[in-house]
Design a protein around this ligand. Structure first.
Ligand code: PMV
Length: 329
């Protein structure tokens, strides 16, 4: 009654920010993201059916915080309910994605947990069902169960059965790369769920953000289908800055960037003026993700590494869907 799964983070090019139902974690807008090939979360879930007791959660060889343990345990309750079983669980996770620093650790984390936990409980969910389950843990996790590009639909069903991610076809020979520019190792101060609720309640730009989502999604779908970075990149930057505009105008303000974040954004603009095709996106944290093409990756990475305050530049490509593996974390 155990299973091990691996998942990779999914970085949004059209962002999800806002919920239409907070308890079921239903997004107010659709989003489009790309699963990366480099960073990973590997998770083992073991159920001890019929054995009462609290669930245990170890993260990177240490007992997780009580808040993290509870979040995982509540998620396992959904799996137990669905499988019609009871009993405590032991969960071990190893993360090469820095946790809570805006590097989409929750996307890989809940995608791996959803797959490992359902299999350990004897369930075999269809991809859309697995995506819907992962979404309850974290919106971006619904996307991380898919490989490559995918779209998480906002859906309209009360149950959330249509708020699931679906793969988006992209040309197989598109040499797209993502440089993850690490500018801070600290954990973000306001988690995305709490931040989204604050934005919906207080940001004067929230309604405009929701209104603009459909057009951004349509433009991104077309750019991805055509394998056109010159079309996808400016849209991704615009969508990202709109989301951060909503965040900045939230009360209290959500300022996820640090000074180096801004320096990196300026450097990306400078690289573009010099003729390179590089475009940024930033999630609910200070790290910057830069989209570029394989032929220009070395030049872009070298310039980004030279920005004062940049701690690391991780070169990634499109990655696979969440999957079962045999080797424990
Ligand atoms: O995955 P969540 O529920 O923590 O929310 C993700 C929010 C953003 O990363 C800011 C945007 C996105 O679509 O991934």
């Amino acid at each position: 009654m155990q299973a091990v799964a691996v998942a990779q983070p999914n970085i949004a090019v059209v962002k999800y920010w806002g919920k239409r139902h907070s308890e079921r974690n239903l997004p107010a807008v659709g989003s489009i993201g790309l699963t990366l090939d480099r960073l990973e979360t590997r998770t083992r879930v073991r159920f001890f059916f019929g054995e009462p007791g609290a669930d245990a959660f170890r993260l990177n060889d240490r007992p997780a915080s009580e808040a993290e343990r509870l979040r995982v345990s509540r998620f396992l309750d959904l799996v137990r309910q669905r499988a019609g079983c009871s009993g405590r669980a032991e969960v071990e996770s190893r993360n090469t994605v820095p946790t809570g620093a805006g590097l989409a650790s929750s996307s890989a984390g809940f995608a791996a947990l959803a797959l490992a936990a359902t299999r350990a409980a004897g369930l075999e969910l269809a991809p859309a069902e697995l995506s819907a389950l992962a979404r309850v843990g974290s919106g971006s996790a619904a996307r991380a169960v898919c490989g490559g590009f995918c779209e998480l639909h906002a859906g309209c069903a009360e149950t959330g059965c249509d708020a699931v991610a679906e793969p988006l076809p992209a040309p197989p020979d598109w040499p797209l790369r993502v440089l993850v520019v690490v500018v801070s190792a600290s954990v973000k101060s306001v988690g995305s769920s709490a931040g989204m609720l604050q934005s919906a309640a207080t940001s004067p730009f929230y309604a405009a953000w929701i209104d603009g989502a459909a057009a951004d999604l349509a433009e991104a779908r077309a750019a991805i289908a055509a394998g056109d970075l010159a079309r996808l990149g400016p849209l991704a930057e615009h969508n990202c800055l709109k989301m951060h505009g909503v965040m900045l105008a939230t009360r209290p303000a959500l300022i996820y960037w640090n000074g180096t974040t801004l320096d990196v954004l300026h450097e990306v603009a400078r690289l573009r003026r010099s003729g390179l095709r590089a475009f940024f996106t930033v999630d609910a944290g200070p790290q910057v993700k830069v989209l570029c093409l394989a032929s220009e990756e070395a030049a872009v990475a070298e310039s980004l590494r030279r920005v004062a305050g940049v701690r690391d530049v991780l070169a990634c490509g499109p990655g696979p869907a969440a999957r079962l593996v045999s080797e424990a974390p």
